[in-house]
Design a protein around this ligand. Structure first.
Ligand SMILES: [Zn+2]
Length: 154
């Protein structure tokens, strides 16, 4: 692949991740509802497939600061590095950036204030929300559900 092809592919990939999630067609990895239910606990299913939220402070990953990578529980894609993890004090695992080409976002209008929903780029599993009150260098706070993640120590 030459540089021009690579740039075009990257641009196409970037454009894809900007699209709102429409059904399941936009994602590389798709599973039926029955398949998701079979591979996930009730809580994981509710959070990852129905955009639910785990109870604050309930995830052991909130207090994990070991070196490693956080993968998507739905498809094992590497999503976040421990290097971008910080203690937001919210009770949810928080990061100031995702790994490149790992997540997609869409507007979430469930509350009065529009929030930015964040999900796995590859399988569409819901991760959490992105807020603008994070630390430098990005100022972003990716506020995630620990049940959507699998931590792999480096
Ligand atoms: Zn995934």
């Amino acid at each position: 692949m030459d540089r021009r092809q690579f740039l075009m592919t990257s641009a196409a990939a970037a454009a894809l991740t900007q699209l709102p999630a429409r059904g399941h067609a936009a994602f590389e990895i798709t599973r039926t509802d029955a398949e998701w239910r079979a591979m996930l606990t009730d809580l994981e299913y509710k959070v990852m497939r129905k955009e639910g939220t785990e109870r604050a402070g309930s995830s052991p990953l909130d207090k994990v600061y070991d070196a490693g990578v956080y993968h998507c529980r739905g498809c094992d894609l590497a999503l976040y590095s421990s290097q971008a993890k910080y203690d937001s004090g919210t009770g949810w695992p928080s990061f100031w950036e995702s790994l490149p080409n790992a997540v997609g976002t869409k507007p979430d209008r469930k509350l009065l204030r529009v929030r930015t929903e964040v999900h796995c780029r590859r399988c569409g599993s819901h991760l959490g929300h992105v807020f603008d009150d994070g630390p430098p260098p990005t100022g972003k706070r990716h506020c995630l559900n620990g049940v959507s993640l699998v931590f792999r120590a480096a």
